[in-house]
Design a protein around this ligand. Structure first.
Ligand SMILES: Cc1cc2nc3c(=O)[nH]c(=O)nc-3n(C[C@H](O)[C@H](O)[C@H](O)COP(=O)(O)O)c2cc1C
Length: 159
């Protein structure tokens, strides 16, 4: 089982979150972290991970536009190769209060749902609030992330 976590991080908060998520997977699972600004969808498509966790950030009132574009490209490449990724979910980091980002989270999750080459999209997106633009992520948000990813791991577990 291969898990690919993507980030679009400016100050490293998304990367810290990705690392915290990675820790929750068992050692037999190969979890790789990369940034959408550095690793092309072509590279990831070649690798054909079983799971994609697409991270992004809300900036200028836009929910992860770079990550969404990256996903669109990935999907096109996968359509050509015919390779499907089994499971997908994602996260958004943000500074606004959590209740104000639910619409962003839903639209972001919808993009994952619309990606035809990602077979199963998790029902919930992870959001993680930062104290200020540069961080850090609120400690209770890191706890929430731990609970979230455990639920996700249970969901992808083979019967
Ligand atoms: C230029 C800029 C614009 C931002 N606009 C928003 C915003 O509209 N809403 C929001 O919740 N957070 C906003 N933020 C805060 C980012 O969400 C925050 O910097 C980011 O989630 C931190 O994660 P990173 O270190 O992985 O980049 C903004 C940050 C920057 C730098």
């Amino acid at each position: 089982m291969k898990v690919q976590i993507m980030t679009d991080t400016r100050y490293g908060n998304g990367k810290l979150l990705a690392e915290a998520l990675k820790k929750e997977f068992s050692n037999e699972i190969d979890v790789n972290i990369a940034d959408v600004k550095e690793v092309s969808p072509e590279r990831i498509a070649e690798d054909v991970p079983n799971v994609i966790i697409l991270g992004g950030a809300i900036r200028m009132f836009r929910g992860g536009p770079k990550s969404k574009r990256w996903l669109k490209k990935l999907n096109k490449i996968l359509e050509k190769s015919g390779n499907k990724l089994q499971y997908g979910t994602g996260f958004l980091t943000h500074a606004m209060p959590t209740d104000k980002v639910q619409g962003y989270a839903q639209r972001y999750l919808n993009k994952l749902g619309e990606a035809s080459m990602v077979e199963n999209t998790y029902s919930e997106l992870l959001t993680a609030r930062v104290k200020a633009s540069k961080g850090p992520i609120f400690p209770e948000e890191m706890e929430k992330a731990g609970v979230y990813i455990k639920g996700f791991i249970d969901w992808i577990k083979p019967e």
